[in-house]
Design a protein around this ligand. Structure first.
Ligand code: PLP
Length: 273
């Protein structure tokens, strides 16, 4: 397996980053997960734009899009897989222990993992912890994911694949690695970015392609929604068949199934050449 590090391809076994890299010591980094189909990255321009927005939010130098594109292409060429997940990680770099960032930085790593198509439907839980819709990191795709790791572990303990957060004012927000949509009276709604959720790329496509509205939704909408689905790079559109103790028999329901169909038909549209 070859990864991109320090401006070139390296063997994964011998590739090294500093133990004082700020991404490791204080979570001072950002990332993107990009789907790759038959060696072609999906929606890469959107991912690069979000990477830049995250970098600016953290005060990191703008990533060089040409380098990241080149790195993705090189990694995909060196590791052929039919369905892959590119992981782009960009951190504050390293310096002596306790130093501010930037002495030797930033660090760019591009790696590839194989992935599989997700099942059409899944179980989720809600967690008692809240997303902060007004935090310094809100909306940035940072490597500070420990909160999501804890919530996801709880979901797994309960036989679910995702945990959904509300925000500090009791509105529905997002999952640990996905955005959430609900169907009410045949209309599709998803929380607005002001809820504190990440500007998911799959979310944006689902809004464009289905006409879903961005709506403030109380967390308890999950108790009455006719259908619920998740979106993310690795799930695409995935129906929810259980939320905590509530079963949603027949998931995917008709509206979700239509969204899944539209996604399937159109998701070849934005593959890089
Ligand atoms: N929300 C969070 C917290 C995420 O980490 C992710 C993706 O990893 C998403 C939403 C979905 O975003 P995307 O559709 O760009 O994968």
């Amino acid at each position: 397996m070859k990864i991109w590090l320090d401006g070139g391809l390296q063997d994964i076994e011998s590739a090294r980053v500093s133990v004082f890299d700020h991404g490791l010591t204080v979570g001072d980094g950002i990332f993107e997960t990009v789907k790759a189909v038959d060696g072609r990255p999906f929606a890469l321009t959107r991912h690069l734009d979000r990477l830049t927005r995250s970098a600016r939010g953290l005060g990191l130098p703008d990533p060089d899009h040409d380098e990241v594109r080149h790195a993705c292409a090189a990694v995909l060429k060196a590791n052929p897989v039919s369905l892959g997940r590119l992981r782009i990680t960009y951190t504050g770099g390293h310096g002596p222990l306790g130093s501010d960032r930037g002495q030797h930085g930033p660090t760019l790593v591009v790696a590839l993992g194989e992935t599989t198509r997700r099942p059409d439907s899944t179980a989720v839980i809600t967690v008692p912890w809240t997303r902060n819709e007004r935090g310094a990191l809100t909306g940035l795709k940072t490597t500070s994911y420990a909160e999501n790791v804890v919530a996801l572990a709880r979901a797994r303990e309960q036989g679910a694949s995702e945990a959904l957060f509300g925000n500090t004012v009791g509105q529905l927000c997002e999952g640990t690695g996905s955005n959430v949509f609900v169907v009410l009276d045949g209309e599709i709604h998803t929380p607005p970015l002001a809820s504190g959720c990440l500007a998911g790329i799959t979310r944006a496509l689902a809004i464009e392609w289905t006409g879903a509205g961005e709506t403030d939704l109380p967390l308890d909408v999950l108790e009455r929604a006719d259908e619920v689905f998740l979106t993310s790079t690795l799930r695409d559109v995935q129906a929810v068949h259980r939320i905590d103790d509530r079963e949603l028999p027949g998931a995917p329901g008709p509206v979700t199934a239509k969204a899944m169909r539209i996604f399937e038909e159109r998701s070849g549209d934005d593959l890089d050449p």
